[in-house]
Design a protein around this ligand. Structure first.
Ligand code: SF4
Ligand code: SF4
Ligand code: SF4
Length: 226
């Protein structure tokens, strides 16, 4: 019977890519704005791989989670019945931000988006530090609940043509894929993952002991979504 061990290399590759991107940003002076905008267009094709493989702050949260596991810190996981509502927070923030920008086109200098931006800039450093500390205990807290950039890409990604397919004939229902998902997506209970929160990290694929998750062309329309 097939084992999942051969797919572990995907996560080693992901770590190397994340570390390489951070090294490039710091030492080669990459223009991250151009890179991220170019990658946004790939979202429609392959999903939000940017978040799983490229984004430096995503990588930092992954590494904090790794450290938390090594230190045997307690792991917090939001139950699915709460997650289904809580995960909307980043979309609500994105909506508020967009609304603020639109309103600002018609108002004077003291408008909502300025206020929001001011709050963001002032609280930014505190939020970053809090999120890194929180990531020691739970996976990707900023990505899951606060990131408006991730929300924007996620909304585009529901149109993507590649995604993760679960071979239901082989799946043993162990739930490892769901437990490993840093975005708390219940992979074990869907046939095709097209969730807007999916960051394309493929940790579910690596975790599956039966190798029944594959990154592949999605059917259209999908038979089931999570
Ligand atoms: S959700 Fe935001 S912070 Fe997280 S990886 Fe994506 S862009 Fe980066
Ligand atoms: S569903 Fe799989 S690829 Fe998507 S975020 Fe979860 S673990 Fe990563
Ligand atoms: S890890 Fe693999 S076998 Fe286990 S529930 Fe997920 S898809 Fe099925």
């Amino acid at each position: 019977m097939a084992t999942g061990k051969s797919y572990k290399w995907i996560q080693v590759l992901r770590f190397v890519v994340q570390a390489g991107i951070i090294a490039a940003v710091f030492w080669a002076g990459f223009n991250t704005k151009i890179i991220s905008e170019a990658l946004l267009y790939t979202v429609l094709l392959v999903g939000v791989f940017f978040c799983g493989w490229v984004c430096p702050f995503g990588a930092v949260q992954d590494w904090a989670a790794w450290l938390g596991r090594k230190l045997h810190l307690p792991r917090l996981r939001v139950p699915q019945r709460v997650q289904q509502y809580l995960q909307l927070s980043r979309y609500a923030l994105y909506f508020l931000l967009t609304l603020g920008i639109v309103v600002s086109m018609f108002k004077g200098p003291f408008h909502f988006s300025m206020l929001l931006r001011g709050v963001f800039y002032t609280a930014g450093a505190v939020v970053v530090i809090c999120m890194i500390v929180l990531a020691l205990f739970t996976d990707r807290p900023f990505c899951n609940y606060l990131c408006t950039g991730g929300a924007k890409m996620g909304l585009f990604s529901v149109l993507r043509i590649f995604g993760i397919r679960r071979n239901t004939a082989v799946c043993g229902g162990c739930g490892q894929c769901s437990r490993k998902c840093p975005m708390n997506i219940d992979v074990a209970r869907t046939d095709f993952v097209r969730h807007p929160n999916c960051i394309g990290c493929l940790q579910c694929v690596s975790a599956c002991p039966k190798k029944c998750l594959k990154y592949t062309l999605m059917p259209a329309p999908p038979p089931k979504r999570v």
